[in-house]
Every structure is written in structure tokens, then in C-alpha cells.
Write a protein that binds this ligand. Structure first.
Ligand SMILES: [Zn+2]
Ligand SMILES: [Zn+2]
Ligand SMILES: [Zn+2]
Ligand SMILES: [Zn+2]
Ligand SMILES: [Zn+2]
Length: 340
């Protein structure tokens, strides 16, 4: 998961000072109302030499606060948009609202989330981030040190029974609605972060919230009887899906679909080695399952993922799928080409 940062900035600029003066020798006219200012009369003079009969005439020449319309006589603040403001109170009305605490804040960052691009103030950004949704929140700590937000923990999948049942439902839905089916006996496990990192390939550590693992064991038995030697080759195929514990139910469904997508590819196109196609396909399966579940926000994140493997891979596979209806026809011929 990646976050985009947008730091907002503001510039403070001081306005040129203006001092009251008294007319010494000559008389003149107010630069605004044209009134004659005679000897001995009070007037104001600006740094560019213009004179004014009164404060109110002088203020008419000043720029105004774009929020409250007050003339900017003293200092002013310039927003990132180039507009001028009289005070922090006025400029703060243009600051984004923190989606966590609701405060207006000048500094913070935007995080791409299920609900869209959300702004967080600096104070909220300093809170621990939820491992599941990636957002800073008043998280609680799980036994392996991960943080989980109150929203994700509401329906977090914490027991193996629940996990197995839910993966079974995703698998049945994929077979029924997407015609993606394998007959493998898959062993499921619910693991903590440390275990997942240990069993994940090095280049994928910390990227996925689950793991599909296929191990082929070949056992060769050689028996020699007298002059005759006979050889038996026994191949055992092991299919495992490891799921990180305590994902929210909807994230669990997405990750389960992703890993089951890997299982399907292992069965039908085991010769595909390009990681971009493998992960792109798994993301595509997750995206289809999310679509059936109405998980639009999660799908927007898959679509907009900037990762060169997961994001570009997904868009590549989706594009290939668009060449036929139903999409699997085009995908089969696409995968056949890549299956070495
Ligand atoms: Zn005047
Ligand atoms: Zn103002
Ligand atoms: Zn906040
Ligand atoms: Zn969360
Ligand atoms: Zn994957």
C-alpha cells in the first residue's frame, strides 16, 4: 500500500508600513476623494508618496481580505492560492478539514483510502496506522505488534474456523459466478505478520496480506531385486494459502480472492513466470470478486494503485480481458501466449 503526500503550504508576507505625517510646507489633494489638504491639516502619506485626507480614504486603496473583506492595512497572509487574508482565522477557513478529528488544518497529508482521498492533520498523522486500511487512527495493538483501527476491528477475522468458512464462500462464488475453479485440496492457515514475512518470498515481504504457496515434492524410490532395479516416482502437490489474521471482513474477501487467483493460475498456466502477469491476474480476480460484493472503494484502490507490478499488472490484465465478452475467452488466449 502506498500513500500520496501533499503538504500544504502558506506564505506570510508583511505589508509595507504606513506612517502618519504632518504637512510641512506645501498643500496637496487626497489621492482618493480629491479633498484639498491645507497647511496644518493632518494627513497620511504612503510609501509611494501619495497623500490621503483620512484613514478611510487610505483604506479604500488597500487590497481586501478575500474572506471578510477587511482592508489589509497591517500585515496580511498569502494563501497557496495567491489570495490575501487578514488573519489566521480567515485563512484557516480555506484549510482542509481533517477527516479524523474534524479540525481545519494548514499542514497535513492526503492518504488514498477506501472512501476516497482523505486529508489528515499533522496531529492525527502522528497516530499509529492501521495495518488493514492504512489509515492513522486511535488504534489498538494486536499481539504481534500490528495496529488495528476501531473500524477494521469491528468485523476482523480472528479465528481459523471463520477464515476457512469465508475463503470457502469466496471460492464457491468464484466457481459459480466467474467460472474460476480448481479441485485442489488447499490447506488454509491464519498467521501473524512475523510468520507471513518468514514464508513470503523476499521481494514480496510486507506487500501482501496473504500468501499462496505451491510446493511439489518428488520422491523417487529405487528398489533392487537381484538383477532388476525398479524406480517409482511419487509426486505430492501441496497447496497452501496463508492469510494474515485480523483483516476486516471485506479486506479478507479481497485478499482471499487474490490468493485463490494465484491457485487458479498455478493449475491452468503454471508456466507463466512474469510477476506482473501473476500479480496482475490475482488483483483482477480480487477486483471481480469485490465488484460482486459491491466493494467499490476497495476496487478504486486496486484501479489507482501506482505499483509497477500490482497496479500496472492489474491494468494490463484488465485491458486484455476487455477484448472479449465474456472476458475469460480473451484472457485464456492471452495467458496461453505467455505460458512457457
Ligand atoms: Zn480623502
Ligand atoms: Zn479576513
Ligand atoms: Zn486531525
Ligand atoms: Zn483500519
Ligand atoms: Zn499475489
Amino acid at each position: 500500500m502506498r500513500f500520496s503526500l501533499a503538504i500544504l503550504c502558506m506564505l506570510a508576507v508583511l505589508f509595507s508600513t504606513l506612517l502618519p505625517d504632518s504637512l510641512a510646507q506645501s498643500s496637496g489633494k487626497c489621492a482618493v476623494c480629491g479633498k484639498t489638504i491645507g497647511p496644518g491639516m493632518k494627513f497620511l502619506k504612503s510609501s509611494d508618496g501619495r497623500i490621503f485626507c483620512s484613514q478611510s480614504c487610505y483604506e479604500k486603496t488597500l487590497p481586501k481580505c478575500c474572506i471578510c473583506n477587511k482592508p489589509l492595512a497591517g500585515g496580511y497572509l498569502k494563501g497557496a492560492d495567491g489570495r490575501l487574508y487578514c488573519s489566521e482565522k480567515c485563512i484557516s477557513t480555506t484549510w482542509p478539514t481533517c477527516s479524523a478529528c474534524g479540525a481545519k488544518s494548514q499542514k497535513g497529508a492526503i492518504i488514498s483510502a477506501e472512501k476516497g482521498d482523505l486529508f489528515f492533520c499533522e496531529k492525527c498523522l502522528s497516530k499509529p496506522k492501521c495495518f488493514c486500511c492504512g489509515l492513522p487512527a486511535n488504534c489498538s495493538k494486536l499481539y504481534d505488534g500490528r495496529h488495528i483501527c476501531p473500524s477494521c476491528s469491528k468485523d476482523a477475522v480472528g479465528s481459523l474456523d471463520e477464515a476457512v468458512k469465508l475463503i470457502g464462500e469466496v471460492r464457491a462464488l468464484m466457481a459459480d459466478k466467474l467460472k474460476l475453479k480448481t479441485e485442489h485440496k488447499i490447506e488454509y492457515e491464519l498467521v501473524d505478520q512475523k510468520t507471513l514475512d518468514e514464508i513470503s518470498p523476499q521481494n514480496q515481504q510486507g506487500i501482501e496480506l496473504g500468501l499462496f504457496r505451491y510446493i511439489e515434492e518428488t520422491e523417487t524410490t529405487t528398489v533392487t531385486r537381484g538383477y532388476k532395479t525398479s524406480k517409482t516416482v511419487n509426486v505430492t502437490r501441496n497447496y497452501n494459502i496463508y492469510m494474515l489474521s485480523h483483516m476486516s471482513r471485506r479486506k479478507f474477501i479481497e485478499v482471499a480472492a487474490h490468493e485463490l487467483g494465484h491457485d487458479w493460475m498455478q493449475e491452468y498456466y503454471p508456466g507463466i513466470t512474469d510477476l506482473k502477469i501473476k500479480e496482475g491476474w490475482a488483483q483482477y480476480v480480487a477486483w471481480r470478486v469485490n465488484e460482486i460484493h459491491g466493494q467499490k472503494g476497495l476496487n478504486r484502490m486496486i484501479e489507482e494503485n501506482k505499483d509497477p507490478v500490482y497496479g500496472d499488472g492489474f491494468r494490463m490484465v484488465r485491458k486484455a480481458s476487455e477484448k472479449s465478452s465474456p472476458p475469460m475467452e480473451a484472457l485464456h488466449s492471452y495467458f496461453r501466449d505467455k505460458n512457457n
